[in-house]
Ligand binder design. Sequence first.
Ligand SMILES: [Mg+2]
Length: 358
Amino acid sequence: MKIVDFEIHRCRIPLDRPIGDSQVIFTEHFMTVLELKADDGRTGVGFELQQGMPISALAQLEGQYRYNGWSSVEGQSPLGMAMRIGRPRGGNVGASALGLATETAMWDLAAQQAELPLYRLFGGTDPRVRAYGSTLDFHLDESEFRSWMGHFAEMGMQAIKIKVGHPDVEWDLGRLATVRDVLGPGVDVMVDANEAWSTKEAISRMKRYDDEGFDIFWIEDPITREDYPGYAMLAAEIGTSRINTGEYLGFHGKRRLLESRGVDVLNIHGQFQASRAAAYLAGDYGVPVSLGNTLMELGVHLAASLPECLYLEFSDLAWNRLAVEPVKFEAGHAIAPDRPGHGITLDRDALAKYSEPG
Ligand SMILES: [Mg+2]
């Protein structure tokens, strides 16, 4: 199988709620959809998201890809390319256009060629992964917040993650009280501060939550991403809550984080191949991983293939409108599609509806 052609779609998808955290707010997705076409008629699909700013016009996206991307893709075997280990040297590392979308489409084609669902190509045997509902609620009012939690509870979620990091600690505590009120006991509760705090603030907030009787399964990104000594201090100071971080770091940063012993759950994110390597490295430190939100929930394939993935995040976002059949969630689990490839087929009507050449 060889890749012979490509097609790009530029999409703008309005969200059904403003999403965000202590630092940002977004009201729409700007998505690039890349289709890689093989000489046997199969197509692989990949995605990229740009938050908070329109992506370039379609003609420009096509031009950029043709200029810097396509020359290394055209004529290649998808599996060979997906498996390739790049040499991370030189000032131009990471400059290639649509790198994530290309890698996703490659794995899609490779798994189709193997006639396996992607999680099985990655060595997985069980398509089910524990998932948590993630409200991305910082900009929702109390009744919207309650209704999203109710939505995830109705889906059978046994775990929920909410945003914290408000300047007023009472706001955080009010949100935690609402979670307890709506979901009751027996649910894993995670909080995400999105780097709102200093190390000492993080310690004092976590102590306050604990004093108020809130049992926190993990605290995510309490301090800035590269403060490795700070994370080591938190790991020593914070009692039973796990520290989840790494979402914003590349492989190099994840390695430094693991070396610092400042992480209890490594959030692996990004391209499949690099995330598999990060999970392998985390295992060497005895650290489990989790998957943050991935476009079209495709991280489910990675999560289902790993021996120590605690949870996969699900925020029920608008990008799933582009899929004929999105990844399914039931009884607190995400289910990796049992179709060859990654299993997400584009809904052509939705693609036309949200396409905006710009
Ligand atoms: Mg997060």
